[in-house]
Design a protein around this ligand. Structure first.
Ligand code: PAZ
Length: 294
């Protein structure tokens, strides 16, 4: 049992849930990535993206899934790179990937527009992609099931510990609230709220940001505040399903900061993640400065 959280319920979940394929190999790749960037004193962000599946049988044919395709996470990863972060991108397999997302679904269109003015924006994406690759700033790590996701999340958090406040966790994945503990009986159980051990035990010094998604705007901020109180992390990004691409609210202990796209920004293709990451990066800098003073 953990001294700080009395974590048997979390340990129990991990004991009952199989490790992801190639777990040790993935961990050692992540460790190398973190060591490389720690040596350069670079900030490292873990971005989680896409939805988890809950398998209904052990050799999975059927599973419970959710809507998220990883737009938020993949776009955010690109903007974190622009802000000089090294990015560990923990994403659902076959969901959107940073840079690739711009061409993934319309390769033929992309080849066609190579001839016209849109080519300029594609070239700039290509440039940013090559930059991230050549400087080893982006490490994609994939998951499919809820169990894989949570095992990887815990492992990455532990590996990030030596970075202290230089580490940021940006938890945008849509994680199932339920799992099936035994495939003998189809009964759904609540997934333990892993933000509790994450904040207290796994990465106690990191700058942790979670997301709160609701369909009803009137309860959004209350729910976000409740999460902050419960888990004691730094920021909740609150969003409503239908408006999530044009409006979010950053909720902290003592503030509520709406971030919106204007109609003009929507028309010229600005992404809300650009503004969101700029704001979060500056919150993170202030957080680190305050940690270093105390
Ligand atoms: O992947 P996407 O861009 O379609 O959706 C993003 C999102 C709505 C999953 C994300 O912004 C979010 O709110 N994530 C947390 C979801 C949750 O409360 O489980």
């Amino acid at each position: 049992m953990s001294a700080t959280t009395g974590a048997t319920v979390y340990d129990d979940f991990f004991e009952k849930t199989a490790l992801p394929d190639k777990f040790e190999e993935k961990k050692s790749e992540i460790e190398k990535f973190i060591t490389l960037h720690k040596a350069d004193n670079r900030r490292v962000v873990l971005v989680t993206s896409g939805g988890t599946t809950v398998p209904l049988e052990s050799r999975t044919v059927r599973f419970i899934d959710n809507f998220s395709i990883g737009t938020r996470g993949s776009a955010s990863a690109e903007y974190f790179l622009d802000h000089d972060y090294a990015v560990i991108f923990l994403h659902r397999q076959r969901s959107l990937l940073p840079f690739h997302r711009h061409i993934q679904h319309n390769i033929l269109d992309c080849l066609t527009i190579m001839k016209d003015e849109t080519a300029t924006s594609l070239l700039s994406i290509l440039q940013r992609y090559h930059d991230a690759q050549s400087k080893q700033r982006l490490l994609p790590v994939s998951f499919t099931s809820l169990g894989d996701y949570l095992h990887m999340l815990r492992a990455v958090c532990m590996l990030l510990q030596p970075l202290g406040c230089q580490a940021m966790l940006y938890l945008a994945a849509a994680v199932s609230d339920f799992y099936i503990p035994s495939n003998m009986m189809l009964s759904l159980q609540l997934v333990p709220k892993m933000l509790t051990p994450l904040v207290k035990d796994w990465t106690p010094q990191a700058f942790v940001i979670s997301f709160k998604l609701e369909t009803d705007k009137s309860i959004l901020i209350r729910k976000a505040r409740k999460a902050l109180e419960e888990y004691q992390h730094k920021v909740v990004v609150a969003n409503v399903l239908d408006t999530r691409k044009t409006e979010v609210v950053l909720v902290t202990n003592d503030s509520e900061e709406p971030i919106r796209l204007t109609q003009e920004e929507v028309a010229n293709g600005t992404e809300i993640e650009e503004k969101l990451i700029q704001t979060l990066s500056s919150h993170h800098s202030k957080f680190c400065a305050s940690q270093e003073q105390s």
